[in-house]
Design a protein around this ligand. Structure first.
Ligand code: DGY
Length: 331
């Protein structure tokens, strides 16, 4: 390779990350506020040694081939990497990096905020005051549900699920979890009780919080059948990935009163059209995928993604490598 390695950053990220990249690389950055179109991506990846991508960029074999044989690394500015065809990358000898751990507690904080907001109808309360409906104290108005001593069911006891369990303990909740890897040790450190089946967790929980990655096993894990197993009073929380929930089934379940409501930071599709049914429902809270959106966390993610990128294009192995070993076919 002559000169500095060439890298593409598909959207502006915090400056701390850009500083690391620009010291070591010849950087091209797509300075738009919305995801680049497929055509723009295909055009701009050409000849790149590294890509720093966002979860909104679909990075598949076509993009990798358009980048060409000198592509060494795709560094995702996210812990989730369902937007990247990792198998295709591995086959081409391209490393894939991500940012695990950076947003664990920040996302857990948001999951817990959503739980509290949905349980105590915070969004409705804010609207009520703003719309001038607050006449006096009313014994029967805006009644929510208790969080303390309620049962919280966590699906996916990884890093974020574990942090949510810790927060729930502070509220004296009874924490249950289901984890397809059956990690009993996770319960020991958090006081959470493992359920042997998903059905059991769904039937026993007052709040169900999703913390799984998106993959073929978890796509539409929450569907008409599984929603039907939940309590009528239960609230669903999703800060993981939108497609873990079948949106249509969720709308029907809330409309039919089969569950009490939902609090979502991620949806399918993203963004939800502004006239979507879910947005008309008072028992549903929707946020625009802000689980990791704090200054501190986004800076940490930027540093991790930038260091992964620089390591990958300068002959090293990124600290946070998704395709575990260095891919066999180096280039
Ligand atoms: C992730 O990192 O996967 C989040 O969804 C965005 O920060």
């Amino acid at each position: 390779m002559y000169g500095q390695p060439k890298v593409l950053v598909t959207r502006p990220i915090p400056q701390v990350g850009m500083d690391i990249i620009s010291k070591a690389c010849d950087v091209q950055i797509l300075r738009c506020d919305t995801p680049p179109s497929r055509e723009e991506l295909l055009e701009n990846v050409r000849g790149m040694n590294g890509l720093l991508t966002l979860l909104t960029d679909r990075i598949d074999a076509e993009i990798m081939d358009a980048a060409g044989p000198n592509l060494k690394i795709i560094s995702n500015y996210a812990v989730g990497y369902d937007n990247i065809d990792v198998e295709a990358a591995t086959k081409r000898g391209v490393m894939v990096g991500n940012t695990p751990g950076a947003m664990t507690e920040t996302t857990a904080d948001l999951a817990f905020s959503l739980l509290l907001a949905a349980a105590r109808r915070i969004g409705e309360g804010i609207d009520y005051v703003r719309k001038g409906k607050w006449e006096t104290f009313k014994p029967l108005e805006l009644l929510g549900r208790d969080v303390h001593h309620a049962a919280l069911g966590i699906i996916g006891m990884g890093r974020i699920g574990t942090e949510v369990a810790k927060r729930a303990r502070g509220f004296d909740m009874n924490v249950l979890y289901y984890d397809h890897r059956m990690r009993r040790d996770k319960g020991r450190s958090t006081g959470a009780v493992m359920c042997d089946t998903l059905d059991d967790l769904l039937a026993r929980s007052d709040f169900v919080s999703l913390h799984t990655p998106l993959n073929e096993k978890t796509r539409h894990l929450i569907n008409t059948h599984t929603l039907g197993l939940m309590k009528k009073t239960a609230i669903l929380i999703n800060v993981a990935r939108g497609p873990v929930v079948d949106t249509e089934a969720l709308c029907e379940a809330i409309e039919a009163g089969r569950i009490a409501g939902a609090a979502l930071d991620v949806t399918d599709p993203e963004p939800l059209p502004s006239n979507h049914r879910l947005l008309q429902m008072p028992q549903c809270i929707v946020l625009p995928h802000i689980g990791s959106a704090t200054v501190e966390t986004r800076n940490k993610m930027a540093v991790m993604a930038a260091e992964n990128l620089v390591a990958g294009v300068t002959g090293g192995v990124p600290k946070y490598l998704v395709n575990c070993e260095k891919p066999a076919v180096g280039n």
